[in-house]
Design a binder for this molecule. Structure first.
Ligand SMILES: [Zn+2]
Length: 56
């Protein structure tokens, strides 16, 4: 098997700041039928507060 140093990793977009992040670095949150991705815990926290997971 050929092990490429430069992997063609999928790039995702942070749900909050819209920054592009490689999939391996993204934090994810499953919401209903969607999975949202975040560049870090800062954006993840912000989104969680605004979307109140425990408040349906
Ligand atoms: Zn972000």
């Amino acid at each position: 098997m050929a092990d490429k140093p430069d992997t063609d990793e999928p790039v995702l977009q942070c749900k909050v700041c819209l920054k592009e992040i490689p999939k391996s670095l993204a934090k994810s949150e499953e919401a209903d039928e969607y999975v949202y991705y975040f560049c870090g815990s800062e954006c993840h926290d912000k989104w969680t507060k605004e979307n109140g997971n425990s408040n349906k």
